[in-house]
Design a protein. Structure first.
Length: 487
């Protein structure tokens, strides 16, 4: 087994293939059984895409399951080709894609719209990966527009849960309790402090949102919001025949050219969100690599673009998916890296950990007991994913702004995006940036956005003398301002 021969500080063994590094389980990396078992359970999150597909395209459960399984198989391509990542959805962009597709009548036209969108995104990603222009394309977009798109994606995610007819109306108690516990486990400083106190909290902390999903399986029936799961034995039964005959180009033909052109503004908005995940993953991988000098791992954005671009392009042909094929699953990437940091005994190679996890999720999708266990609360799992992603996107979007003016423009763009869609949001953003920044359209302006958090500047000698003189006379330097307020 080649993985046993890896020397300190070297990359794990692989077969070179151009920009890719092919690694096979048991040969090039040790199979990590703890991560495989975790993957068996965490496939519940992958299954949460089913309610979206049912809602958007009106497809049967078994057809949507076929798309989820196909997507799961393509998740394996990342670690097999050398991309050190747990791949997932483009979660913040889901509301944008839903809004775009809902502009078309349900049926063949809406399916064509989804195919056109995913195919365009896939081709764009491949082109940017081949040319290495990915970073430059995002850099030329004004910060105000980037902030507005990401902020709007986060707000749209929250709106999709709480709007009239949204999932909150179906599962009010379950979502309230589950999201409260989920936010505590993921973002609470208190839980971070106590997480390593005992084996129970350590285990809970490593499982991401899975404990919350299992809790929802119990809470929803108790509040009468979902039936108790009817556990079935055997293997799941995805319907590939209906998928290819009624929901792909094999049965419907290619979408019209004008539909592909109309998708471009929303594709660009989705790509801005997607690129944020790329940058985030580069930081996460570097953090893990710093803690494990025994293995050399490197994240290459261009290679990642080629892989998830290929995934999107192929899925648009054989199984169009509203969740899209994203560069990483942030929550599980963090979990994997934290386990990787514990040393070679815990996880011999990072590729072994992420690969074993994704082999596990693929196995779980085929096991009917797991699928039937979580089927009643898939809407809750999706709502949790959207709300958590909304929280993160709002934080990231605000941090993209370089000034108070950027924030003002971003707020308008975000609101327009949620109401009118990405095409309107881009148009409004361009007009506002030109009107406000003029020739500094691409640069914008930089200031101390949060001035209340800035350290107080040392006072000038003349100002200190003035304040001392005023105090001796019983006066206050701020008195004129108070008088103006009274008037």
């Amino acid at each position: 087994m080649l993985w046993k021969k890896r020397k300190y500080g070297e990359e794990s063994p692989y077969i070179p293939a151009g920009p890719f590094q092919i690694r096979l389980p048991f040969i090039h990396y040790r199979f990590e059984w703890p991560d495989y078992v975790q993957g068996l359970l965490m496939c519940a999150v992958d299954l949460a895409a089913i309610p979206l597909l049912v809602e958007l395209l009106g497809m049967p459960f078994e057809v949507a399951l076929a798309i989820v399984i196909l997507n799961g198989l393509f998740y394996l391509t990342h670690h097999l080709l050398g991309d050190p990542v747990v791949p997932g959805w483009i979660t913040p962009a889901i509301p944008l894609i839903m809004l775009y597709c809902q502009q078309f009548p349900e049926g063949e036209e809406r399916v064509h719209a989804l195919i056109a969108f995913q195919l365009t995104l896939g081709i764009l990603s491949i082109l940017l990966g081949v040319t290495g222009l990915a970073t430059k394309v995002v850099q030329i977009i004004p910060s105000a527009m980037k902030a507005g798109i990401i902020l709007g994606a986060g707000i749209a995610a929250v709106i999709s849960v709480f709007q009239v007819g949204g999932r909150y109306e179906t599962f009010p108690w379950t979502i309230t309790i589950a999201i409260g516990i989920g936010f505590y486990l993921l973002f609470s400083k208190h839980f971070t402090k106590i997480q390593n106190h005992n084996i129970f909290t350590r285990t809970i902390g490593k499982l991401g949102i899975f404990p919350v999903i299992i809790l929802a399986v119990v809470i929803a029936p108790l509040f009468g919001e979902a039936p108790w799961p009817a556990i079935q034995w055997g293997f799941s039964s995805p319907d590939f025949i209906t998928l290819w005959n009624e929901y792909t180009i094999f049965g419907l033909g290619l979408p019209p050219l004008m539909m592909i052109i109309s998708a471009i503004p929303t594709v660009m908005a989705a790509y801005i969100v997607l690129f944020g995940d790329v940058i985030q993953n580069k930081v996460l991988v570097a953090d893990g690599a710093a803690s494990r000098p025994d293995e050399k791992i490197e994240y290459q954005p261009s290679r990642a673009h080629l892989i998830f671009g290929f995934r999107n392009a192929v899925m648009s042909i054989i199984g169009p998916d509203v969740t899209m094929c994203g560069p990483n699953w942030t929550a599980m990437q963090v979990v994997m890296i934290e386990r990787y940091k514990k040393g070679r005994k815990a996880m011999d190679s990072f590729f072994g950990g992420i690969g074993s996890f994704r082999w596990g999720t693929n196995t779980g999708l085929l096991l009917l007991p797991i699928v039937s266990l979580v089927e009643p609360i898939l809407g809750v799992a999706l709502a949790l994913t959207l709300l958590i992603q909304g929280y993160v996107s709002v934080k990231v979007g605000i941090l993209e702004a370089k000034s108070q003016t950027d924030l003002g423009i971003a707020g308008i763009i975000a609101a327009v995006l949620c109401v009118k869609g990405a095409a309107w949001a881009f148009a409004v953003g361009i007009i506002l940036c030109f009107l406000i920044y003029g020739f500094n359209f691409f640069k914008g302006e930089v200031d101390n956005t949060f001035t209340k958090d800035q350290p107080e500047l040392p006072k000038q000698p003349n100002q200190q003398n003035l304040e001392e003189d005023l105090k001796q006379n019983g006066e206050n330097i701020n008195q004129p301002e108070r008088e103006l307020v009274k008037v």
